[in-house]
Design a protein. Structure first.
Ligand SMILES: *Cc1c(COP(=O)(O)O)cnc(C)c1O
Length: 424
């Protein structure tokens, strides 16, 4: 923000958003209202604190500081050195990591930097198939990861729909990947890091743990930590960790230099210091007892929603959840994941469609819908709320394509939303 006592044509406008750009301001205001009046069950979204958003909107937006603390290419960096160092120290303490890089702009560039650290273009990497819960950056053909690396994909088992470690081991022995990636976007069960470490060691592979989705659960003690097992760990800071939109890399000391080089100058330019400051606030909040209670509640809420959906005859990926998300399978229904997600939205329940194991439809249609509890838990939702929401989801399934019935269900959704904490 620039405040001047000398009004001039060349200074940026002094008024707030509502005054300077009413059109955009109204759109933002309407979207805020949409959040408050609906139930956000998108597994990757969360509501950050006011303190996190304050740091993000600070004047630090101005600063160029290419490089790292005490090794920059610009002047005027003493205080942003302190800020980035604080963020690094807090990230290390929160996760118990030897080294942290807090500069990745988001989760995908963090993965790119991690892969460039552990492998060279043309090397073989191994990740979960996209349709079984993996991420684009884990070797999809349309991502840099699938374009620049040889990709071997593993899957979940057909029977249990849990990670198929027999396949992981067999593929690893046959294809000898440089890197094995564990960590997913739509996998509802606990990840056995030790099992991945054992297989990586069998074939001399490095283990990359991508905790983009579960970082808040790991930090809050509600999911086991990959720190003792993985060579490099990547994450977002905006999903369960409830910070600003951004990325994070943790690693053992031996990879510190290579990770830092891969982020800057290999991949990125100037660090986003307003975002790094906001990450520091996020790590500070995540160290609190209140955040540990939040992480536990996220998991309790997911379990309550999963149990109720199963009581209402939905079939779930891997039969339930150990974490913050669950995926409903719709093979026994006459509508697609896309149609169900659209009907849920008409009733004010916001989700995302998802491919599921054994998928028969395209990624645009899908046979699944993914639900997650991080955002509503941040608004104070309880397991009782989740059971009520489960009942409403079941009623939506009975009325897909019936707008009048969906509007009627929407009034009950709105009543639940009105009882929760509001975002400002
Ligand atoms: C969300 C996600 C990412 C990427 O994060 P962006 O910030 O969207 O780039 C990477 N890996 C996994 C497993 C994710 O779920």
């Amino acid at each position: 923000m620039l405040i001047t006592s000398v009004p001039s044509d060349v200074t940026p406008p002094a008024g707030g958003l509502r005054m300077v750009d009413p059109e955009l301001s109204r759109l933002i205001e309407r979207d805020r209202r949409r959040h408050n009046q609906t139930l956000n069950l998108i597994a990757s979204e969360n509501y950050a604190s006011r303190a996190v958003l304050e740091a993000l909107a600070s004047h630090l937006n101005v600063k160029y500081a290419e490089g790292y603390p005490h090794a920059r290419y610009y002047q005027g960096v003493a205080l942003v050195d302190d800020i980035e160092s604080l963020a690094i120290e807090r990230a290390r303490a929160l996760f118990g990591a030897e080294h942290a890089n807090v500069q990745p702009y988001s989760g995908s560039p963090a993965n790119m930097a991690a892969l460039y650290t552990l492998a060279k273009p043309g090397d073989t990497i191994m990740g979960m198939d996209l349709s079984h819960g993996g991420h684009l950056t884990h070797g999809s053909r349309v991502s840099f990861s699938g374009i620049q690396f040889n990709v071997v994909s593993y899957h979940v088992r057909q029977d249990s729909e849990k990670i198929d470690f027999d396949e992981v081991e067999a593929l690893a022995k046959e294809r000898r990947p440089k890197v094995i990636i564990a960590g997913y976007s739509a996998y509802p069960r606990e990840i056995d890091w030790a099992a991945f470490r054992r297989i990586a060691d069998l074939v001399g592979a490095k283990l990359l743990a991508d905790i983009a989705h579960i970082a808040g659960l790991v930090a809050g003690g509600a999911h086991s930590s990959p720190i003792p097992y993985a060579d490099v760990i990547t994450s977002t800071t905006h999903k369960t960790l409830r910070g600003p939109r951004g990325g994070l890399i943790l690693c053992r000391a031996e990879y510190a230099k290579d990770v830092d080089r891969a982020v800057f100058p290999m991949l990125q330019g100037g660090p986003h210091l307003q975002q790094i400051a906001s990450k520091a606030v996020c790590f500070h909040e995540a160290q609190s007892e209140a955040f540990r209670a939040y992480a536990r509640r996220v998991v309790e809420n997911a379990r309550a929603l999963a149990d109720r959906l199963q009581e209402r005859s939905f079939s779930l990926w891997a039969g339930g959840t150990d974490n913050h998300l669950l995926v409903v399978k719709l093979f026994d229904r006459d509508f697609t994941g896309a149609a169900f997600a659209a009907a849920l939205e008409q009733a004010g329940i916001i989700t995302s469609k998802s491919t599921v194991p054994g998928e028969t439809r395209s990624p645009r249609q899908t046979s699944g819908v993914r639900f997650g509890t991080p955002a509503l838990t941040s608004r104070g939702a309880t397991p009782d709320d989740m059971r009520r929401i489960g009942d409403l989801v079941a009623r939506v399934a009975e009325h897909v394509g019936d707008p009048a019935a969906l509007r009627c269900i929407g009034r009950e959704v709105r009543a639940i939303a009105d009882g929760l904490a509001r975002i400002a």
